[in-house]
Design a protein around this ligand. Structure first.
Ligand code: FAD
Ligand code: NAI
Length: 490
């Protein structure tokens, strides 16, 4: 729009910068609450089409789960169908087709968000959003994209997410040194795959390519495997990964990473060479065809022009917020990976909704103690609340109950009896303090624990609820019973 040659800004009640799960969900909720909302996001598909949904939809949660499913199907057909009397001959993996299916799943999600924007009358701008200046009672935001725009609003939500952190001296080329992006679109399973960091991405994507035939070595700096997971659960998971042939080295120091300029260049013919020191201090070299670097993520605030309005950033480049996602500026909020707290899509969503409700004068609330975690490997790992080691550190008196899937009829029928459910409850009041799981489909089972804990249930409450038989959820009930040593099936 222009008046006498001058660009006129479009006015909104709320501008959301970023259309990942924090941004698009917040934008939709705000529109539902009666606000006139704009949502700006710069993501484009490889062929230049707007692709809302952020990391989660485009190169995160959704595509990784699609590949985990495809590769698990392949592994089952290759190694486990025989147990059911099913013979498969001529089994082949068409990686290009698997990646194509993953891309189609992503596109369905992109399209779903575009549909929801339209339905809820959220105005979507494809381009980079940045602060220009504070204006009377609000902020001016520039959109740099195919169609540059200037927008103003009293309320702004920064939901710009995060990006993969590179190893010093080894930038991502997405050919040989891969972030999550490149690791989700390989043309074939590399013969040898290196992974730096045995966190969530390392384990999930390492598992995908191991199942499809890669020899995977994971180098982890910390001396403990999955240090934030309950010790007992992490040990059980480690046993399963070892059995699968995922080679995990702990307590390592990664040194220089060398990449061959054109094809294989190292002595053994692999393209990437990683110098590293093992836990005993011995110098080692890992030579691989591809290297996934999954050592955490950094908040996206570059290009936001935060300094133009004095938006306060932390040392990590994160936007500093209080518990309610308020920044140092009136009317400016920030949610999701760009702020403190776990980098999880559902945490971002909850914050987006809560902020929209707060702007509308309601009392949005996020209980950060009840954000579940799930690692979608096989076995899956899921937990909510405190770990046993945290309770010990905090001097909380607790009771613990565990129940193995080995003793669960449904797990036996499924042919997957790995793992257990573990309950931690307050020694005096029996209130559930943490629930930890490793085993089949625990990503789904954990919701029961979240509901119970949200209602401040005791382990006895769960133990007295009728659970369907045979179901994996009986292990949840049995673990709750085990807290008071009343297990029925053991
Ligand atoms: P993002 O999803 O990162 O979205 C931010 C958006 O803002 C992006 O589209 C970005 O391009 C855009 N943007 C940034 N700056 C600007 C700007 N200046 N102007 C315009 N647009 C901008 N979490 C889970 O809970 N479960 C999972 O299973 C899971 N799996 C994952 C797997 C992988 C491989 C990865 C990498 C992450 C995974 N995560 C998972 C984490 C999850 O993706 C993030 O926590 C989540 O996407 C954060 O949401 P967000 O809205 O804060 O940011
Ligand atoms: P992460 O924080 O889960 O794990 C990074 C690992 O790398 C840590 O174990 C760390 O000790 C190690 N590390 C760091 N620097 C290192 C170095 N120089 N050498 C060797 N090891 C090093 O980070 P990741 O896997 O990159 O994932 C980022 C985030 O994305 C996760 O924290 C999670 O929030 C989110 N995510 C969530 C998923 C889910 O919910 N299922 C799936 C994938 C990602």
């Amino acid at each position: 729009m222009s008046i006498k040659g001058k660009e006129m800004s479009q006015q909104f009640d709320l501008i959301v910068i970023g259309a990942g799960p924090g941004g698009y969900i917040g934008a939709i909720r705000a529109a539902q609450l009666g606000m006139n909302v704009a949502c700006i996001d710069e993501w484009k598909t490889a062929d230049g089409k707007p692709a809302p949904g952020g990391t989660c939809t485009n190169v995160g949660c959704i595509p990784s789960k699609a590949l985990l499913q495809s590769s698990e199907n392949y592994e089952n057909a290759a190694h486990h169908f025989g147990d059911h009397g099913i013979t498969v001959s001529g089994l082949k993996m068409d990686v290009a087709k698997m990646i194509g299916r993953k891309d189609a799943v992503v596109k369905q999600n992109n399209d779903g968000i575009l549909y929801l924007f339209k339905k809820n009358k959220v105005t979507y701008f494809n381009g980079r959003g940045s602060f220009v200046k504070a204006v009377d009672g609000g902020y001016e935001i520039a959109v740099a994209g195919d169609k540059p725009e200037t927008l103003t609003a009293k309320q702004i939500i920064v939901a710009t997410g995060s990006s993969a952190r590179a190893l010093p001296g080894a930038p991502f080329d997405e050919e040989q040194i891969l972030s999550n992006d490149g690791a989700l679109r390989l043309a074939a399973a590399p013969k040898k795959l290196g992974v730096i960091g045995s966190g969530v991405i390392g384990l999930e994507l390492g598992s995908v390519w191991r199942r499809l035939g890669s020899e995977v070595t994971v180098l982890e700096a910390l001396p403990t495997f999955l240090g934030t997971v309950d010790d007992q659960i992490a040990k059980e998971a480690r046993k399963a990964f070892d059995k699968q042939g995922l080679k995990i080295e702990l307590g390592v120091k990664v040194g220089e990473v060398k990449v061959g300029k054109k094809g294989p260049s190292t002595s053994s013919g692999q393209a990437v060479s990683v110098a590293w020191t093992n836990a005993k201090g011995e110098a080692q070299t890992l030579e691989v065809d591809k290297l996934i670097v999954s050592i955490g993520r950094v908040p996206n605030t570059e290009g936001l022009n935060a300094e133009a309005v004095g938006l306060k950033l932390g040392e990590r480049g994160d936007v500093i917020v209080d518990d309610d996602c308020r920044t140092n500026l009136p009317g400016v909020w920030a949610v999701g990976d760009v702020v403190r707290g776990p980098m999880l899509a559902h945490k971002a969503e909850e914050e987006g909704v809560a902020v929209a409700e707060r702007i509308a004068g309601q009392h949005g609330h996020v209980d950060f103690n009840l954000v579940p975690w799930v690692i979608y490997t096989s076995p899956e790992i899921a937990w909510v609340g405190k770990t046993e080691q945290q309770l010990k550190e905090q001097g909380v008196k607790y009771k613990a109950g565990t129940f193995p899937f080995m003793a669960n009829g449904r797990a036996r029928a499924l042919g997957d009896t790995t793992g257990m459910v573990k309950f931690l409850a307050d020694a005096a009041t029996d209130e559930i303090l943490g629930v930890h799981m490793v085993g089949p489909m625990v990503s789904e089972l954990i919701a029961e624990a979240c509901v119970a804990m949200a209602f401040r249930a005791s382990s006895e409450d769960i133990a007295r609820i009728c659970h369907a038989h045979p179901s994996l959820s009986e292990s949840t009930k049995e673990a709750a019973l085990a807290v008071d040593k009343r297990t029925l099936n053991f």
